[in-house]
Design a protein around this ligand. Sequence first.
Ligand SMILES: Cc1cc2nc3c(=O)[nH]c(=O)nc-3n(C[C@H](O)[C@H](O)[C@H](O)COP(=O)(O)OP(=O)(O)OC[C@H]3O[C@@H](n4cnc5c(N)ncnc54)[C@H](O)[C@@H]3O)c2cc1C
Length: 456
Amino acid sequence: MENMNKPKVISQVVDNDLCIGCGLCTYACDSNALSMDWNNEGFLVPTLSSHCDDDATCISVCPFNPNPEKVVKDEASIANIFLNQDTSIDPKLGRVINTYAGYSKKYRNTSSSGGIATYVFDKLLNQNIVDHIFCVSEGQDAHYDYTVISSPKDLTSSSKTKYYPVTLASVLDELNHLDGKVAIVGVACFVKAIRLAQYHDPSLKEKIPFIIGIICGGVKSKFYTEYLASKVGSESNHIKHPEYRIKDPDSVALDYSFGCVDLNDRHHKRIKMREVGDMWGTGLFKANACDFCEDVATELADISLGDAWIEPYKNDGKGTSIVITRSPLAEQLINNGRTNNELNIEELEIDKVIASQQGSFNHRQDGLYVRLEEAKKKGLPLAKKRHGKKPVSLDIYVVQKLRRLTRKRSLEIWQHVDSAVDFDNKMEKTLSRLRLATKVTHYKRAILRRVKGLVK
Ligand SMILES: Cc1cc2nc3c(=O)[nH]c(=O)nc-3n(C[C@H](O)[C@H](O)[C@H](O)COP(=O)(O)OP(=O)(O)OC[C@H]3O[C@@H](n4cnc5c(N)ncnc54)[C@H](O)[C@@H]3O)c2cc1C
């Protein structure tokens, strides 16, 4: 390694902890000098494996490239290129044709939310729009990985949400060896990387005519899975088949469980996530890069899918999806499903779609102000952001700072403890401060709402 050039361009992102592990840099890297490896925080990152000519191609597809070309400078500019047919622009959701809430009658039970992702893939394969699907299924070296599925009957094996690091590193290479077209599913930053690759290599636009975007509240380290395994009473590295979203059809949508098979006694063990505590609002085990991503609604996909965390849908434990169509093909697939009764789906006002992800908008777009200030002070290389320009109030500022601390400490502490019990003890002080600060913001909001009501 000593005689090798350092890949300066991609190390700007990796060394500054802004890499999300999408791995497209390894595909774009002319010299094939990059490969993916686990870092000490449980994320996949590119590492140098042979001589690097450092010609900057690899960073051109990086979603966190601090110096992008002007025409692809942010999600809005990239959407102008790829999603300009029949769309109108919403400042929070991006380019939109229509918005819905509903579920697939066939796939709801075997999916995380309403099963729309699996339904759309089924239609794409059955109507020969694509020949293969790149989706996330059980992996060989890791719990989960991107794999190729070419038959609709195999699709349910890839359904359900995996809160586990995956990478597209090998996917585009594989694409070159496959005949026909491919549809891909990904979270926002992965979808952005694919769009950037398509911008630089238009043949990829032909090859990948459809992208499903998974609305994402943050990518978790593999420590998250280890922690949950320990929570169910297993050794954290001695489990199989982790399942993150086991529904309770008799309860509300949020009342889901984590489960896995313990390799010691071969028993299936599970725990209700409400017993584990808040894993999302706290930032526990989250990638640093996610705190610098402002794309809540996966703005660059043909169709974006998330959970309908609003009334009345959230009361139904069987799960309901929110759907944002952004390309005519996506709109047509949803409309056909509605007409032929395969989907139980209704139009949903944009305001309600936003409300279903309100926490994520508050954190990722408004709260970004606090992290941009931090980045400026530390001299972190970041591309210009569209949000986070307005200063936040002191109470929100404190919550944001405590979330940053919680995120960082969780990744440090898990490296040095043996069990979830030790982890919980070591995190208690930080988490209780965050809980208190969060309560203050909630009280303040409630008082303001009441005062506004009186003034009216
Ligand atoms: C890391 C992460 C964070 C999320 N955060 C939010 C959130 O804040 N708010 C919200 O409303 N929804 C969030 N979701 C999305 C939600 O959990 C559902 O995945 C989504 O609603 C689709 O549900 P479905 O029933 O239509 O999908 P299903 O029919 O169950 O299919 C799921 C599809 O997603 C793919 N998939 C699973 N895991 C991953 C992964 N890690 N990366 C890429 N593709 C994957 C599968 O291969 C499959 O094709 C998140 C998902 C992930 C993976």
